[in-house]
Design a protein around this ligand. Structure first.
Ligand code: URA
Length: 209
């Protein structure tokens, strides 16, 4: 069964408050989303394997640890997920970046993929799929389906704000995918917005409306 981690770090909570506020403008919103992504990536990479090497300090020879070289991949769900990529790459510069784009079919209301590009060694990478919002869960489920279809086996999902409905749908569809959330909100409203949420993450990141 998937594990669901809700971060309670004070810095994460503080920055979240500011992205929720409706008077936070695009520039500040974008900066805060990236900072939140960095802080969350710090927590999410806690279990990365390390190995001991021998180094020379100015004082003596010493044994010290470095990352064991696990292959990581970041996959933003277009378009709002793009707002989290730089913040993660800052911390993990060797990670490769894939993209998944989906649109909602106006008749079936189901998400349909229109763009998928992943690193070629997909089966060997540990992926972090990112989207600021996990609302109904439909898009996240379909994005991960698209990745699994192409051979991805090791996937985590990271979002800033989630609705309980979305968490349930995602964890039921993909019990092997652990979910990392900065805030678990109350519910979805009748328009599919998370309550209290932060509005449309894509519009607030890119200044569109
Ligand atoms: N997508 C958003 O950007 N915001 C929501 O509240 C729900 C889905």
């Amino acid at each position: 069964m998937a594990k669901v981690h809700v971060f309670d770090h004070p810095l994460i909570q503080h920055k979240l408050t500011y992205i929720r506020k409706s008077d936070t403008g695009t520039k500040e919103f974008r900066e805060l989303v990236n900072e939140l992504a960095t802080l969350m990536a710090f927590e999410i990479t806690r279990d990365l394997p390390t190995k001991e090497i021998t180094i020379q300090t100015p004082v003596c020879e010493a044994k010290s640890r470095i990352l064991e070289g696990k292959k990581l991949g970041i996959v933003p769900i277009l378009r709002a997920g793009i707002g989290m990529v730089d913040g993660i790459i800052k911390l993990i510069p060797a990670a490769k970046v894939g993209h998944v784009g989906l649109f909602r079919d106006p008749e079936t209301l189901k998400p349909v993929e229109y763009y998928v590009k992943l690193p070629s060694d997909v089966a060997e990478r540990e992926f972090i799929v990112v989207d600021p919002m996990l609302a109904t869960g439909g898009t996240a489920v379909e994005a991960i389906n698209s990745m699994k279809k192409r051979g991805a086996v090791n996937i985590k999902f990271m979002c800033l704000v989630a609705a309980p409905e979305g968490v349930e749908v995602l964890t039921e569809a993909h019990p092997d995918v652990d979910v990392y959330i900065a805030a678990l909100d109350e519910k979805l409203n009748e328009h599919g917005y998370i309550v209290p949420g932060l509005g449309d993450a894509g519009d607030r990141l890119f200044g569109t409306k």
